[in-house]
Design a protein around this ligand. Structure first.
Ligand code: GDP
Length: 359
């Protein structure tokens, strides 16, 4: 299974940089030279500055129109670079990481996703984006809503991470982001690390691709981990990984179409009866009734780790809140704009021109 992580914008490149730290193939794309310099693990030749003629390497100041334009202008250069990294061996999944609320990521990611789909039709394009915090205000919410709409028409799945949900109250924002980014990478890396690995029941790349090929709907990753000697019930641990606090997104998991569960731990704990009991329960719970499974007994392991992926989700409070807030704002803004135009017209109508007064 070969994945290429492409970070776009500040948030996206920070997340991609962590993927590089745990040995994933990753590259970084940004309009800000300073933000690219700040990365630690992605090699310099894999950091791409876009839109230099547009912004002078200074970023787009959270303006997605500029982010889109920067990506469009430099797309041939970006695609050449990606082609040179890929070489002759196919990519199974492109993971595009970005922040939904900013400019470079929000504007540029849909453009890049479309180009990748066109050039690599057999590879999946999965967007991994952080949703803005409520306290960031209306612009990030609007950027997010529009980007959700665009990506839902291009990407195979959108793994949305609700920053609100992962930010513990009282956390300093930089620390919160850092922790959120680690959590994202840890979970996705744990999942990918188990694909194609020999086990009692093995998940292969085609299972993962099947689950992620979900017509641009939402996907979410759950996780549960416990010391082997503290696990009282494995089925409880599996279910916990599906529960809301384990997920990145406030979503109704029952609306999911597909699921995938990977369980890794000491052989004496991975009891088939308990695993099947939990998986049967969960299979019946989701609307699509299909759950792929992989069990990986490992005698060296002292912990039990469960990673779950649910896809085809279309009911999510996190997403609804963003889209409805953006729509309400857009409606009231358009109304206010119309009123201002009408008022201006009324106030200024009937004024003479200079030549009427100064013959
Ligand atoms: P861009 O460089 O113009 O694409 O803008 P950013 O990447 O800074 O995107 C800003 C949005 O991403 C904001 O809405 C933030 O909530 C979110 N964000 C920024 N940095 C991080 C980060 O490191 N982690 C997470 N999870 N979210 C981030």
């Amino acid at each position: 299974m070969r994945a290429l992580i492409i970070g776009v914008g500040q948030c996206g490149t920070k997340i991609a940089d962590l993927f590089a730290l745990v040995d994933f193939e990753a590259l970084a794309i940004n309009t800000s030279r300073g933000d690219l310099d700040y990365l630690k693990h992605i090699p310099h030749e894999r950091r791409i500055l876009i839109g230099e003629g547009l912004t002078g390497g200074k970023g787009v100041n959270a303006n997605p129109l500029l982010g889109r334009e920067a990506m469009k202008r430099d797309l041939p250069m970006v695609m050449r670079k990606i082609g040179s990294i890929i070489g002759y061996e196919d990519i199974d999944v492109f993971f595009l990481t970005f922040g939904f609320g900013g400019g470079t990521g929000a504007g540029g990611t849909p453009v890049l996703a479309e180009a990748l789909k066109e050039e690599y039709p057999d590879s999946l394009v999965v967007a991994i984006g952080a949703l803005p915090l409520r306290e960031e205000g209306i612009r990030p919410t609007i950027n997010a809503a529009i980007t959700i709409d665009k990506l839902s028409k291009i990407a195979d799945s959108i793994i949305a991470i609700d920053n609100n949900k992962l930010k513990e109250s009282g956390d300093d924002i930089t620390k919160a982001y850092e922790r959120i980014n680690y959590t994202i990478v840890e979970r996705i890396a744990s999942l990918l690390a188990l694909v194609d690995v020999p086990g009692e029941q093995t998940l292969d790349a085609s299972d993962l691709k099947f689950v992620l090929k979900a017509f641009g709907s939402f996907a979410t990753i759950g996780y549960a981990k416990a010391d082997a000697n503290k696990v009282k019930s494995l089925s409880r641990l599996i279910m916990k990984s599906f529960e809301n606090e384990g997920l990145y997104l406030d979503a109704n998991i029952e609306s999911a179409l597909y699921g995938l569960v990977a369980i890794h731990g000491p052989p004496e704990l991975l009891k088939a009866t308990e695993i099947f009991e939990a998986l049967d329960y969960l299979t019946n719970k989701i609307r699509g009734k299909q759950i792929f499974r992989g069990f990986y007994p490992d005698p060296r392991e002292r912990e039990v780790e469960v990673v779950t992926l649910l896809s085809g989700i279309y009911e999510s409070k996190s997403i609804e809140e963003i889209v409805l807030t953006a729509k309400r704002y857009a409606q009231s803004f358009m109304k206010a704009k119309k009123e201002a135009e009408a008022k201006k017209k009324k106030l200024l109508s009937g004024l003479p021109d200079f030549d009427d007064i100064y013959p």
